[in-house]
Design a protein around this ligand. Structure first.
Ligand SMILES: [Zn+2]
Length: 245
């Protein structure tokens, strides 16, 4: 009942805000603003769905799943959902013949795995979905190599990150949870391991789903992002890489 009552209460209290739709839980109404934890002055406006707690990237992934798996029948295929987002799990479980989860630290996953050196045999899966992990592993190149290794011929990896700068900025040390800021040039790294890498951008889908990162710093719109992603006076587009074996 809690899930049913809270979204309608949020909608009522915030009825002056813009109305969007959530492709994950079918909620229709305003989304919540979300503070960026490691940058207190930064807010992601209209980010979080009060129905399923999904944010821009989750809604984007949900739409990608719907689009991609309409033509690539998953009903006989095996998926690994790394660092699994609860709001995406039910749909993936329903679509795929076999659904497994993995992470090094999250409780309740099927496999406790270090992405830089996974215990799975080569070609164990047909699909991997992984979102916002590459910033928090010491060795990104080893991690991408492992994603390729565990995929079977014809397999795909969907890699979502913020990609909010041109070039990856390696910190050379761990800062909080992070080892780097991942840049758009990570697509070149993906291309070293995969035969084809396709960028999926949020303007591919209807804006009623609110898929862009509407960033405000100290109450002002922040659009200092790569040209390809920038949405003037708003923020930046969500982007995910679809990597084919
Ligand atoms: Zn939702």
């Amino acid at each position: 009942m809690k899930r049913a009552v809270r979204p309608s209460f949020y909608r009522l209290v915030h009825r002056s805000k813009a109305v969007y739709e959530c492709p994950i839980c079918d909620y229709r109404g305003p989304f919540k603003d979300k503070r960026v934890t490691n940058r207190p002055a930064t807010v992601r406006c209209d980010s979080k769905c009060p129905g399923c707690t999904g944010t821009e990237r989750h809604r984007m992934l949900s739409l990608m799943i719907e689009e991609m798996f309409a033509s690539w029948n998953p009903s006989t295929k095996r998926i690994l959902h790394f660092a699994p987002e609860p709001c995406l799990q039910p749909r993936l479980q329903k679509l795929f013949a076999s659904y497994s989860t993995a992470d090094l630290f999250m409780p309740g996953v099927d496999f406790k795995e270090d992405i830089q050196k996974m215990s799975f045999a080569d070609a164990s899966f047909d699909c991997v979905i992984i979102s916002h992990v590459m910033t928090s592993v010491p060795d990104m190149e080893a991690s991408v190599g492992e994603l390729r290794r565990i995929l079977a011929p014809g397999g795909i990896a969907i890699i979502a990150e913020a990609f909010a700068c041109e070039a990856t900025h390696e910190y050379g040390e761990q800062r909080g949870d992070f080892w780097r800021e991942v840049g758009l040039n990570a697509f070149e790294l993906f291309g070293k391991h995969f035969s084809q890498v396709e960028p999926f951008l949020s303007d591919r889908y209807d804006q009623k789903f609110q898929l862009n990162n509407r960033i405000q710093v100290n109450g002002r719109p922040d659009d200092d992002y790569p040209k390809r992603l920038r949405v003037d006076n708003v923020g930046y587009k969500t982007i995910a890489a679809v990597c084919h074996v």
